[in-house]
Design a protein around this ligand. Structure first.
Ligand code: C2E
Ligand code: MG
Ligand code: MG
Length: 517
């Protein structure tokens, strides 16, 4: 209740408790009859609000109002209603613009504005911005559903709100990323670890969580609030690439690396579009009888200034950007097409090994694409082998088992690449329906260096034998390594000793030379 003039004694009173009964009755009547009430010494105006939010105003007047006065007042009242609605709408819009509608905390825009203000003030030197990204949140969300995902975010938001001092600002920046603007000491590693130490409890679940955190001190930011957020994102991304669960402080070196990666990815896309990528093939041999048994397709990128970029550098980039799906499909087509030509030149049918990334496998269209390419290129599926790195095969056991079975059902074979580096368990390996283990070249390098190095390779070969899997060694450079591997019972080998990865033309010459031997 608001009031002015000689009615100020009405302020802060309920309608039923107004000192003057006559005023209370007039207001009640206007509200219940929903129109203005004109008396000799008073006028009560009615304002129709949205929903049940109606209002009434009691005015003392000194003369009776004539018709024109009343008409003007009616117009005035409807104008006021529109204005009030607009004010309400504006405050709702403001709420949407600056508050997260799920968690009811400030959103990215509000954080950027707060950062703008902080950077312009004298306290900037005392503040740090943290971005907290819950590890594996999207997998959790995908498997258990959005409702539980939302509940987890709510629990996390409450946890952070309860733990942080009131002087700090908590915001939701994006999906599962929270931003905190606080004094340095609030965001030191120990404090951050304590924040996440206890499991989150929500919807009858007790969920242990880890988070990757990127930090930037505001005195290391030159620019505006959005620049501070960008710097913290760079630190966060850097941390995610290094190790989940880590805490990374922004540095200008990181910014430099990120720019270089973005540039490289752009160049890679262009190179792919302009067909500057090509595939080379590295021969694989049977170590027991020295016969050529197949080739592995390896992608190459020669830049416009004639520089080679290593796949070890650009494949991870293609994987993290999703480009690998299109790139991998192209390699598959190319390799299957070339396999037809290769086998026209070879006396015995040769096998084609093709590397595939987990992002490709996970793509919903992968299996259809695979069978399409096999049909188009008219190759026999049993001559095509897909290589999946051990660390990737380990990522999602259930999904992998299903996918590998689907691939096998098409008649292809499967190899676990870089074997020995991914720590897969024996029981898991037994579950995976694969055909070959490919011993990682780092072990072949150590083969003759020490007793330990030799024993590791021996163990892998025995493991393969006990699981009834073929074993191939990659990176063989010395005759002595090949001899030792043969003696240990390793079936096949690949490496510079036999041949480097060769362009198609050279490979056909290589095959011709080997056929005449
Ligand atoms: P990888 O599949 O384990 O391939 C073996 C790597 O070892 C190749 O490196 C090959 O050139 C190299 N290599 C072969 N023999 C020797 C040797 O005797 N000594 C030494 N030091 N190295 C040898 P490359 O071509 O640089 O490829 C690196 C990795 O990039 C590959 O490792 C594979 O994981 C990935 N990659 C290459 N092409 C593709 C592709 O088309 N798709 C996917 N997803 N990954 C690919
Ligand atoms: Mg490979
Ligand atoms: Mg390998």
């Amino acid at each position: 209740m608001a009031a002015a003039g000689n009615l100020t004694n009405c302020i802060d009173n309920q309608l039923g408790e107004l000192p003057d009964r006559q005023i209370a009755d007039a207001l009640k009547q206007a509200l219940s009859e929903r129109h203005n009430i004109y008396g000799d010494t008073s006028t009560t105006l009615f304002f129709q609000g949205q929903g049940h939010n109606h209002m009434a105003a009691y005015l003392q007047i000194e003369r009776t109002l004539d018709e024109l006065d009343k008409q003007l007042l009616e117009v005035f009242c409807s104008n006021i209603v529109i204005t009030l609605d607009n004010v309400l709408l504006l405050s709702q819009l403001k709420d949407h613009a600056y508050n997260d509608q799920l968690l009811h905390i400030p959103n990215r825009l509000a954080l950027i504005h707060a950062l703008d203000r902080a950077l312009a003030s004298s306290v900037a030197g005392e503040l740090t911005l943290a971005l907290i990204d819950i590890d594996g949140f999207s997998e959790f969300n995908d498997t258990l559903g959005h409702k539980l995902g939302d509940a987890m975010l709510q629990a996390m938001s409450t946890r952070l709100q309860d733990a942080l001092p009131s002087s700090s600002l908590l915001a939701r920046v994006d999906g599962d990323v929270f931003g905190i603007l606080a004094e340095h000491s609030t965001l030191c590693p120990q404090q951050l670890q304590t924040l996440l130490h206890d499991p989150l409890e929500f919807a009858d679940l007790t969920q242990r969580i880890t988070a990757t955190i990127g930090l930037v001190r505001l005195d290391h930011v030159d620019g505006k609030g959005s620049d501070a957020l960008k710097a913290a994102s760079i630190a966060l991304k850097h941390g995610k690439q290094q190790e989940r669960g880590s805490i990374s402080n922004f540095s200008h070196q990181m910014e430099f690396e990120t720019r270089a990666r973005v540039q490289l990815l752009q160049d890679l896309r262009l190179a792919f579009e302009h067909e500057r990528l090509f595939v080379v093939y590295q021969p694989q041999f049977n170590l027991q009888n020295d016969q050529l048994v197949g080739v592995e397709a390896l992608l190459r990128w020669r830049t416009e200034d004639n520089r080679f970029v290593s796949p070890a550098e650009f494949i991870p980039l293609a994987e993290s950007s999703g480009l690998i799906v299109a790139l991998g499909e192209w390699v598959l087509r190319m390799a299957c097409h070339d396999l037809g030509t290769i086998n026209q030149h070879s006396q015995r049918p040769l096998r084609m090994a093709i590397n595939v990334s987990v992002a490709q496998l996970r793509h919903p269209g992968f299996i259809d694409m695979l069978s399409g390419v096999l049909t188009e290129s008219n190759v026999q599926p049993h001559l095509v082998e897909l290589e999946i790195t051990e660390s990737m095969a380990m990522l999602d056991a259930d999904l992998m088992t299903v996918l590998i079975d689907q691939i096998k059902a098409q008649g292809l074979s499967l190899a676990i690449d870089d074997f020995g580096t991914g720590f897969s368990s024996l029981s898991y390996l037994e579950r995976l329906n694969v055909d070959r283990l490919k011993i990682d070249l780092s072990f072949i390098r150590q083969l003759e260096q020490s007793e330990g190095g030799r024993r590791i390779v021996e163990t892998i070969i025995q493991l393969g034998q006990s699981l009834d899997l073929e074993v191939i060694a990659e990176g063989i450079e010395q005759q002595s390594q090949a001899a030792l591997l043969k003696q240990m019972g390793c079936h096949e080998g690949q490496g510079y000793l036999f041949a480097k990865p060769l362009p198609m033309h050279d490979l056909l010459a290589f095959i011709a030379a080997h056929s005449s031997e």
